[in-house]
Design a protein around this ligand. Structure first.
Ligand code: SF4
Length: 443
């Protein structure tokens, strides 16, 4: 059973619903150009590969090529991508049976969900089990930042929107959201009843969508910028926001997190910024541990903003705009590589190059050797003892991380030694009068 496709893009995009719900001011930036990165292209290719496999009912590993969403034939030659997509497919196949309704890369009408006409979004995979009256939204995430299924706004949007699409097959009583993130080995699942989704989330969406829509209309029709209260900078909100290079609220929040004085510079006295930053750098060693913790938790936001400023400056320079004191040039070309290794091999042979001149042989890596010998532990044990690796370096992680805290052993030993010495000193209390000074040792 399948449902027909509809329109794909809308102003209130479900993939950014978390942002426009909590930072409605971000709506004024929706027409700015996307700062396309390699990982976006990689994510699109992985989604296309997954959709192709779901439509064909196969896994990705046996595919040589597939047709992407633009009708172009692509190669399924990236092993990591193939294995990640296969993990997602195994979740999709395990949660959908033959008699279920299936929607693959389906455009979902969200007009009723958001209460705003002509709003749509494209869902990766939705299944509906008519017996259990269960609607399941399965979302593939390509990134490394964990996305939680619990109250996931994008997933709930699709689920509420898809209720209408499956109504000819039956009622929906339960909703399940599944976020599959193979890059971090995560498959997060959350369920709620349809009645809670209607009573709580539908109402909240309509309120937030109405606010975001009004801000957009005011901006587009009356050129009115939303006031500060409509902006909520946070690492999650701002990471993929198109406005992060120009957003004053984010810039201010970042500067505030470094120093209160800096916050004013962005608008009042930008030419003094270098001096104040230099001073802030000098002050770092004097910060308390609590201050360091607050500032450290904002580092992601700050670096997001720095990257965004770099991105927008380059974008403007390339577009021919003038940014005082800067210009864009072409950097050095990428590493040289053969365009066609087979052709190169033929040419080298015709040039009578010897084999040891043409090829460089390298011993395989420990990872490859382990894979090769994993069925023979005795053989592997002989190689295993030849492995050496660098000492692990300390890294900073959130306190909730499962690994035990690392404290420099040398410091601990020194502390132990000091404790012992202290005890000894107490045991043998020193009386200065007991000592005679040997003046020959004095300089
Ligand atoms: S950069 Fe952050 S604060 Fe500014 S509009 Fe975007 S999400 Fe909101």
């Amino acid at each position: 059973m399948s449902v027909k496709n509809k329109k794909e893009h809308s102003e209130l995009s479900p993939s950014s619903s978390s942002r426009w719900c909590s930072c409605p001011g971000s709506m004024i930036y929706i027409d700015l150009p996307e700062q396309v990165k390699d990982y976006t292209a990689e994510g699109t290719k992985a989604h296309d590969l997954a959709a192709y496999c779901l439509n064909e009912g196969v896994y990705a590993e046996h595919l040589m090529g597939f047709t992407d969403s633009n009708g172009k034939v692509q190669q399924a030659d990236d092993k990591t991508m193939v294995s990640n997509v296969n993990e997602y497919l195994s979740v999709c196949y395990s949660l959908s049976e033959d008699n279920f309704v299936k929607m693959i890369e389906q455009s979902i009408d969200l007009s009723k969900v958001y209460g705003i006409p002509e709003q749509f979004g494209r869902a990766d995979f939705i299944t509906y089990d008519p017996e259990e009256k269960l609607l399941t939204v399965i979302d593939y995430k390509n990134g490394y930042t964990k996305v939680s299924a619990k109250e996931n706004k994008q997933g709930i949007s699709y689920a509420l929107g898809a209720v209408d699409s499956v109504k000819s097959f039956g009622e929906v009583e339960k909703i399940k959201i599944v976020i599959v993130q193979p890059a971090i080995k995560s498959c997060d699942v959350w369920e709620c009843t349809r009645s809670i989704a209607d009573r709580v989330y539908l109402k909240a969406f309509r309120r937030a969508a109405c606010r975001a829509w009004d801000i957009l209309a005011d901006y587009k029709i009356h050129k009115k910028e939303p006031d500060e209260r409509n902006f909520t900078p946070s690492e999650e909100n701002c990471r993929f926001c198109k406005g992060k290079g120009v957003c004053k609220a984010l810039a201010k929040a970042n500067l505030e997190s470094i120093s209160d004085d800096l916050a004013e510079l962005i608008e009042v006295n930008p030419e003094k910024t270098p001096e104040v930053i230099e001073q802030a750098v000098e002050n770092v060693t004097g910060l308390s541990n609590e201050q360091l913790s607050t500032i450290y938790s904002n580092i992601g936001l700050i670096s997001n903003w720095i990257n965004a400023v770099q991105g927008i400056v380059l974008q403007k320079l390339i577009a021919g705009e003038s940014i005082p004191g800067y210009k864009a040039v072409l950097g050095s070309a990428g590493n040289r590589k053969w365009s066609d290794a087979n052709e190169v091999e033929k040419i080298m042979k015709s040039l009578r190059l010897k084999k040891d001149e043409m090829y460089s042989f390298k011993i395989i890596s420990p990872a490859k050797a382990e894979k090769l010998l994993k069925s023979n532990p005795r053989k592997w044990a002989r190689l295993d003892e030849q492995i050496t690796r660098g000492e692990p370096k300390p890294v900073i992680v959130p306190e909730a991380d499962k690994r035990p805290a690392y404290v420099d052993k040398i410091d601990e030993e020194i502390d132990e030694l000091c404790e012992q010495k202290g005890e000894q000193a107490e045991e043998f209390e020193v009386c200065p009068d007991d000592f005679e000074i040997d003046e020959t040792n004095l300089l």
